[in-house]
Design a protein around this ligand. Structure first.
Ligand code: ZN
Length: 563
């Protein structure tokens, strides 16, 4: 049995052919996170893949956000499937059960923790040495804590607690358990590109939680220096094992997530935050290999696989949560069922009617989802910073779309319009609410204690720590263009002479960075504050470790508008 986890950063990663991509893993169970698809936008191509059955969890609050899905080969059809960790989302009788102790959570908290589409649980059967065994798989997308939003830190830790409570309850019931997905915390210094740059690395609450959740000692670890430190010995230890570290206790630079904005994948300046955890018995006796797949592109995360030396027994019917039971897809399901499997007669119609599900996306987002070209434009800016803290995403996306469409292309006059169009495309977010945490802004702070790769940024001391930037390239071309073709006569009204002075002066010439002697890139402070809108130059190279001469150097220079 082979299982794969992958944060796909949007289901559009599969648009090139979902079956082809799923097949390429040659896996029985493929768990994806950050589908960003809501119930009302789930299309048949995504939901119904020939040879697979799939189980989704959707964000109820916002469109284009979060969401996980588990695809099982028909030969690995689960016996039970359930959305969420709390049990509150269940609308059918056949659920996985075993909810553990939820007393420390209020009902509002429980609802909130399951409201973002972060978990799908499937339960499978296999024949072990001692006869039939259950294997439960929790596919999870743990929250990322935005440093600027303390309430999200709390949310993240509560989610961890709830996950642990549920996982341990399922384990107590006698099932083996795999917990896999984007956990959004790198565990040990070896799992981080620059642990020395993180203040109090070990004190991060997410890491402390991992210490409790994961088993502290193992025969492997005892012989490894990496795990011989005091904090490790004093950790109480949990019930689960990080299967990658079990097989590769000392491998460094084994990262699964890189910041797209800073080009950090080129220098492998990343973090390992995607895991396959399992109960110790399974890892030691049934797992035969685990590895990351950094060669697989398409997302800012790479997949991770595990091979188990057991064969799953398929259920003869799809659990109620299966997308094949969704009303809009049941025609297809019934067709297939005649060929393959005896299915209970009545598809579950109580589940998932469009009207009953909140979280419809706005028209702009629907367009975005349907139009990969517009999306591709947005992707670069959208992704890097803040995949989690996108509470203003609706607003930001709207303006993104509008501006993308109105972005000047052949018409030079349009390009020089002083007010509507920023001088330097492509920074559609520049004009959005400066206080909003638009996705796509980089936190130009030191590496924070939250190890999500997206929070890493330049760490040179002379870069302003409060800046939030968007990349601007091709300054050379713009310069050339305006000198050659600027139609001065349109200024006859005289109202824009100061504007033309600025434009004819041309964009500032990029200086050469000190270490590489290469032209810099121009960036703009996007974060609210005294420097909002100011431009500066930094080294054009991808972000990397300070010791890597190939990576971005610490050159920094403000563009002085006064001159
Ligand atoms: Zn440089």
């Amino acid at each position: 049995m082979k299982i794969v986890t992958w944060n796909i950063n949007g289901i559009r990663t599969f648009k090139t052919g979902i079956k082809k991509i799923l097949d390429s893993f040659d896996a029985d169970i493929i768990c994806v996170q950050e589908t960003k698809v809501t119930r009302d936008l789930l299309d048949e191509n995504t939901a119904i893949v020939d040879g697979y059955n799939s189980y989704f969890s959707f964000s109820r609050g916002r469109g284009g956000y979060s969401g996980v899905a588990t695809y099982c080969k028909d030969s690995a059809t689960p016996f039970l499937a359930e959305e969420g960790l709390t049990g509150l989302l269940i609308t059918h009788e056949e659920a996985v059960g075993c909810y553990g102790d939820q007393l420390e959570f209020s009902s509002e908290e429980l609802l909130a923790l399951d409201n973002e589409g972060r978990a799908v649980i499937t339960q499978h059967h296999f024949t072990g040495a001692d006869g039939p065994q259950k294997l439960t798989v929790i596919n999870v997308y743990c929250p990322r804590a935005d440093p600027d939003k303390p309430e999200r830190k709390q949310y993240k830790l509560q989610f961890y607690k709830l996950l642990q409570s549920r996982a341990e309850a399922i384990l107590r019931s006698g099932s083996h358990l795999i917990v896999l997905g984007d956990v959004n915390t790198s565990h040990r210094p070896i799992d981080h590109c620059d642990p020395d740059d993180v203040d109090n690395f070990e004190d991060n609450p997410g890491r402390k939680w991992l210490d409790h959740f994961l088993s502290a000692t193992s025969e492997n670890c005892d012989t490894e220096d990496e795990f011989g430190d005091i904090s490790q010995k004093s950790a109480p230890g949990g019930k689960f094992v990080d299967s990658f570290r079990h097989f590769h206790p000392k491998r460094s630079d084994a990262f699964t997530c890189w910041s797209t904005m800073t080009g950090a994948r080129q220098t492998n300046y990343g973090t390992r935050i995607d895991y396959i955890f399992s109960n110790r018995f399974l890892v030691e006796n049934v797992f035969s290999g685990v590895d990351i797949m950094p060669e697989v592109e398409g997302s800012d995360h790479c997949p991770v696989w595990a091979q188990l030396s057991c064969t799953l027994l398929p259920s003869t019917k799809f659990p109620p949560l299966c997308t094949r039971h969704m009303p809009e897809f049941t025609g297809r399901q019934q067709k297939l069922s005649r060929f393959f499997i005896k299915v209970s007669e009545k598809p579950n119609l109580s589940k998932g009617s469009k009207q009953s599900l909140p979280g419809s996306q706005e028209p702009g987002e629907i367009i975005e989802n349907l139009n990969p070209l517009v999306q591709a434009n947005n992707m670069i800016k959208k992704r890097p910073a803040d995949k989690e803290a996108e509470t203003n995403a609706h607003k930001a996306k709207k303006s993104k779309l509008t501006k993308t469409e109105s972005k000047p292309k052949g018409n030079i006059l349009a390009f020089f319009k002083p007010k509507q169009t920023p001088l330097y495309p492509p920074s559609p977010e520049l004009n959005t609410d400066p206080g909003s945490e638009t996705s796509g802004c980089l936190t130009n702070a030191k590496l924070t204690d939250d190890t999500d790769c997206n929070s890493t940024q330049t760490k040179s001391s002379d870069v302003p720590t409060d800046t939030c930037v968007s990349m601007v390239t091709k300054t050379k071309n713009l310069d050339k263009k305006d000198k050659e073709t600027a139609p001065v006569e349109i200024c006859s009204k005289g109202s824009c002479s100061s504007f033309w002075k600025e434009v004819l002066h041309g964009p500032p010439q990029p200086p050469l960075c000190k270490s590489h002697n290469e032209p810099c890139v121009l960036r703009t402070v996007k974060k609210a504050g005294p420097n909002l809108g100011r431009q500066f130059f930094v080294c054009a190279r991808p972000q990397g470790h300070a010791s890597n001469p190939q990576a971005r150097c610490n050159f920094f220079a403000w563009v002085d508008k006064g001159k």
